[in-house]
Design a binder for this molecule. Structure first.
Ligand code: ADP
Ligand code: MG
Length: 694
């Protein structure tokens, strides 16, 4: 048989047939290399052994003893094997029925560890069918008495932790010598990392309870280090091969832009602007994520970048996920630019053929400075003349693929990219999901904001809550009623939503104008309903999460969220950001069907804080990163060992180290980086669809 290497399929291990191959694949284990990185989820310590003389009848007992003799009894119906055992304090026996295997495993003179219920036979202690472990010659008696630390592996239906342990036992001895060290001794020492080989060995075969965490830390570091290397290397490649248009700021331009804003920029906005301005000045395309809570003032920052670009006679495209949002951006920008010479154009589906053709022609001719639109801006027939900046609102609604498409439109090098998101992304996630983006954060709201009051409504207070909603509407205000019924992709019958609207119209809010907005409506229909709501022709908008993406209706002051327990905290926070945008205070009422204590305490986070970042961190703790980001995986990079929540510090260290390595040896060409290079190539094989886009 050919030598088993780390890359060999697990099928080459003894005891792994096609069935096991599939079960292991479910655990993400394809190669034996994967297998030895499948770390135990916890460890059990074997019970401490006692002396034979101390065994207690009827109790579970464990001993470490020598094998004196082995007899098989050919008993007619129940053959058994009886083993005589001895230690310094006395003798006892162990009997196994139907167990020919015992004779194959032990011979007189062996040391064994026996554990089981203590019975009695001919006035001597006797174990019946106990567990048996043969100690190796090198096992020292003291640690055998204390009991080994046994790994417990994440398992799945059809394959147990024990079976996985058996496979690891088989694989490890063949592989340990093949595990290469990645770093120089000094590098490891200064980061407190054990050798990789030791880490892998000790993770599976800890000598003491302190071993596993140390081992895990090393392997998590390696994983994060590789991931960061991949991200940073790609970014560097991009930077060396792709040119952008340098756009330099001057005091004069800065003064002119600031004059456009009827308020003083907040410190957080100024910081974000400084970062963006520095990016734009370089001949490398900017790739920056601008994150800030709803209403934090991102649009103003983006507009600053846009006007700076226009001052250099380049074009800007601003993309929003829906027509209504594009329109809103457009109107907002128009307000700031009133009386200026900046030429703007809204390009949405609603234009007539002739209008659209005209707009496209003027964009192509460079007669438009700022184009605002939706995905429609990505259409083939749209060519920009001097596109130098693309601003994308709510990035995660677009996805990375479309980010790539509009780039190809650039007529002067590649445009700079600024992506705005209101989803508060904890630092760990920003470094992984968006590891190829720089991040600016607007972490403070403009002054004078009225915080939204959020209340949890217990089931016995529902009637009061609806009375409050009726009263707000009677005062001329408007309300959202959100329920998680209709999701774009779910096959929940639409009738459920219709029933809900009927219930609102008939029972809860009689006499009010209630209309429905849901994800399976055509964009045209959605926009129509939103327009009527914004115009005050509808009192109550019964909606699904489609309203999550920001639309300003200053007169909407109340948001009722039903079955709030079914939403993520960040999502709820986004939802409530839709209200309280006018001069009157906003109220968010969280209703829950049958909120258990966990649901209630989870929801109470929202009643206590309006800090989106804190809420996102809480979400991350409760639900895990995949959920928060809509299930997208980290650049296709599976993390087997590292944990994005608990390993933040390690991630930060790994990122710093990866950056230093890439700076010193961009192509990992130095002999001392050969192992890392090989590992990196291996990890990237077939996995990097996402990171290659954009
Ligand atoms: P975001 O895009 O982050 O949700 P916007 O840029 O739309 O936030 O700003 C929300 C509101 O706050 C807008 O009405 C805007 O005019 C206002 N605003 C933005 N920056 C400031 C500021 N520095 N001072 C006062 N008001 C501001
Ligand atoms: Mg906004």
């Amino acid at each position: 048989m050919a030598q088993v290497t780390l890359d060999s399929s697990v099928q080459y291990l003894k005891g792994v047939g096609p069935n096991r191959v599939e079960l292991l694949a479910n655990l993400g284990i394809r190669t034996v290399g994967d297998l030895i990185l499948h770390l135990p989820s916890r460890y059990d310590r074997q019970p401490e052994a006692c002396a034979i003389g101390d065994l207690e009848l009827g109790q579970i007992g464990t001993i470490v003893a020598g094998v004196e003799r082995i007899r098989s009894h050919g008993g007619f119906s129940r053959p058994s094997v009886v083993v005589g055992l001895v230690d310094a304090t006395g003798r006892c026996t162990a009997r196994w029925f139907n167990a020919a295997w015992v004779q194959q495993q032990i011979k007189p003179g062996d040391s064994v560890r026996i554990s089981g219920t203590v019975g009695e036979y001919r006035r001597q202690a006797q174990f019946v069918n106990p567990s048996l472990e043969v100690l190796a010659d090198e096992d020292d008696e003291h640690s055998a008495m204390r009991g080994r630390i046994l790994p417990v592996y994440p398992a799945t239906e059809g394959i147990t932790s024990k079976q996985i342990a058996g496979l690891v036992d088989r694989a490890l001895p063949m592989l340990l010598d093949q595990i290469q060290e990645w770093y120089e001794p000094e590098y490891r020492r200064s980061r407190d990392l054990p050798p990789r080989r030791t880490a892998i060995e000790r993770a599976h075969r800890p000598v003491q309870l302190e071993d596993p965490p140390v081992a895990r830390r090393r392997l998590a570091y390696d994983e994060l280090f590789l991931m960061q290397l991949a991200i940073l290397r790609k970014r560097r490649l991009e930077r060396s091969s792709v040119r952008g248009v340098p756009i330099k700021n001057t005091d004069e331009i800065d003064r002119r832009i600031r004059k456009r804003f009827p308020f003083k920029l907040t410190a957080a906005q100024r910081r974000a602007i400084d970062e963006i301005v520095a990016d734009l000045a370089r001949p490398i395309p900017m790739n920056r994520l601008l994150q800030g809570d709803v209403g934090a003032g991102k649009t103003v920052v983006a507009l600053y970048a846009a006007l700076l670009t226009v001052a250099h006679k380049h074009q800007v495209a601003i993309m929003a996920p829906t027509e209504i949002l594009a329109e809103q951006h457009y109107r907002g920008i128009e307000r700031y630019l009133a009386g200026s010479r900046v030429r703007t154009k809204l390009l949405v589906g609603g234009l007539s053929r002739a209008e659209r053709a005209d707009a496209i022609e003027r964009i192509d001719a460079g007669e438009i400075d700022i184009v605002v639109g939706t995905q429609a801006l990505l259409e083939r027939d749209i060519e920009f003349n001097r596109l130098a900046l693309v601003v994308i609102d709510e990035q995660h609604k677009f996805g990375v693929v479309q980010r790539a498409t509009i780039r190809s439109k650039a007529a002067v090098g590649r445009p700079h990219y600024l992506v705005m998101t209101a989803t508060p992304i904890p630092r760990t996630l920003a470094l992984t999901f968006f590891g190829d983006l720089d991040v600016s954060v607007i972490d403070a709201l403009p002054p004078g904001r009225k915080p939204i009051k959020t209340r949890y409504v217990p089931p016995d207070k529902l009637e009061e809550a609806w009375a409050f909603v009726r009263q707000r509407i009677a005062e001329g205000e408007q309300a959202f009623v959100v329920h998680p019924l209709v999701e774009e992709s779910e096959a929940i019958p639409l009738s459920a939503a219709t029933v809900e609207v009927e219930r609102l119209r008939r029972d809860l809010l009689p006499g009010r104008r209630v209309d429905l907005l849901h994800g399976r409506m055509k964009p045209r229909e959605k926009d129509d309903v939103m327009h009527r709501f914004a115009a005050g022709e509808i009192d109550v908008l019964a909606a699904t999460t489609v309203i999550e993406v920001g639309i300003d209706v200053p007169n909407a002051t109340v948001m009722v969220i039903q079955n709030a327990e079914r939403f993520g905290l960040s999502q709820l926070h986004q939802l409530r950001g839709r209200i309280g945008r006018g001069s009157r205070p906003g109220y968010c009422l969280l209703m829950a069907e049958q909120p258990g204590d966990t649901a209630r305490s989870r929801l109470s986070v929202l009643t206590r804080t309006t800090d989106g970042f804190r809420i996102a961190e809480e979400d991350l703790l409760l639900r895990g990163p995949g959920d928060l980001m809509g299930g997208r995986r980290q650049h296709g990079f599976d993390l087997k060992v590292a944990d994005l929540i608990s390993d933040v510090d390690l991630l930060t260290q790994a990122r710093k180290d990866a950056a230093a390595l890439i700076a010193a040896d961009p192509n990992l060409a130095q002999p001392k980086h050969a192992v890392i290079k090989k590992e990196l190539m291996n990890a990237l094989k077939g996995r990097f669809e996402l990171i290659d886009v954009g």
